[in-house]
Design a protein around this ligand. Sequence first.
Ligand code: ASP
Length: 412
Amino acid sequence: MKLTTKIFIGLALGALVGLGLHLAAPDLFTTLDAYVFSPLGTVFLNLIKMLVVPIVFFSITLGTASLGDPKKLGRIGGKTIAFFLVTTTIAISIAISLAYLFQPGNIDIDTAGAEYESKEAPGVVETFTNIIPTNPIQSMTDGNMLQIIAFAIFIGFALAMLGKKTEGIYKLVEQGNEIMMFLVNLIMRFAPYGAFGLLASAIGTMGIDGMQAMGMYMFVVILGLFIHALVTYGSAVSFLGKMSPVKFFKGFFPAMTVGFSTSSSSSTLPVSMKTAQENLNVPKPVSSFVQPLGATINMDGTAIMQGVATIFIAQVYGTDLSFASLIMVVLTAVLASIGTAGVPGVGLIMLAMVLNQVSLPVEGIALIIGIDRLLDMTRTALNITGDAACAVVVAESERKHDVDQEAQRMQA
Ligand code: ASP
């Protein structure tokens, strides 16, 4: 049986068992969750999380070093960031339009007891200056992805410039990367069981009662995720990436199931890189550069949730947002999704930043927190798909660039 099929069965069984126990035997669920489901999920999560920091370091260093020429690095970096910004803006626009169309917040819901304490989000300037680590070892201990990426780009650049002189270290990084990829393959064999545990635990805890009241909100978010995947990514990979969307989604599906079960782009990174390299033919240097960066700053699914949630909260509290406020929502949601770390639930915390910006009550978050777990899973699957779509597009445009250069050389 193929691994994807197994993971799928794990997810389905997990959902069934979780829901069944939630309805029929809640006490038994609590015990099983404590001793079976949660531990299974945690072991799987820990296994892949264990690889994240070394994989980001090795692969970005290697990616940068093998791109070699700084011009090429700049070009790929530019294209990647442009793709991320454009698709995230499209994502929020889709979300806001759908929220106005379906009016999920026009419901009778009691906001009296809603309490939510928002955490202080760092300022924009600080976020940028903090990208450069003062102590790279500390960044690795803290798992600060942007700082690790920055450090790895510097080391990769130096390796490329020093060439023969640092051949030894280059080889070391290359072999380190091999080891990580080998381990990803090994750990993935455990994925069906991990997926089962994670889903049984999530669905069993959540149940369906909460979902009913929030049905319309959930529907709009999930619809937005689907539209963005099929229309935005579908057309990007087919027009810009010259790949059939069917091949793209089918090839990347295994990684999406892992993103769905873990709710974490950064934990899924090892799997999403392997999947893009093997099933979507993305060359290693491009995948190694685009995907870790994307897993850290490109969160279209999160942006969609934030867009729908903002309009939802405005509707619940009966606030009309002006056009200028809507533009503000788009801008801050782009920033908020960039600032969202690729770990479970952070998107909701960053939503406070968007709400503050347009003076909506942050307490509104309390209304959607209960059902966020399931949406977190779904949006994470989309978040990593956006990075893969970008990798496919950048890979194709680099291929074209190389062919054009070759043709020019032949002419000269
Ligand atoms: N869990 C999401 C991710 O890792 C982030 C979020 O929206 O909370 O991609």
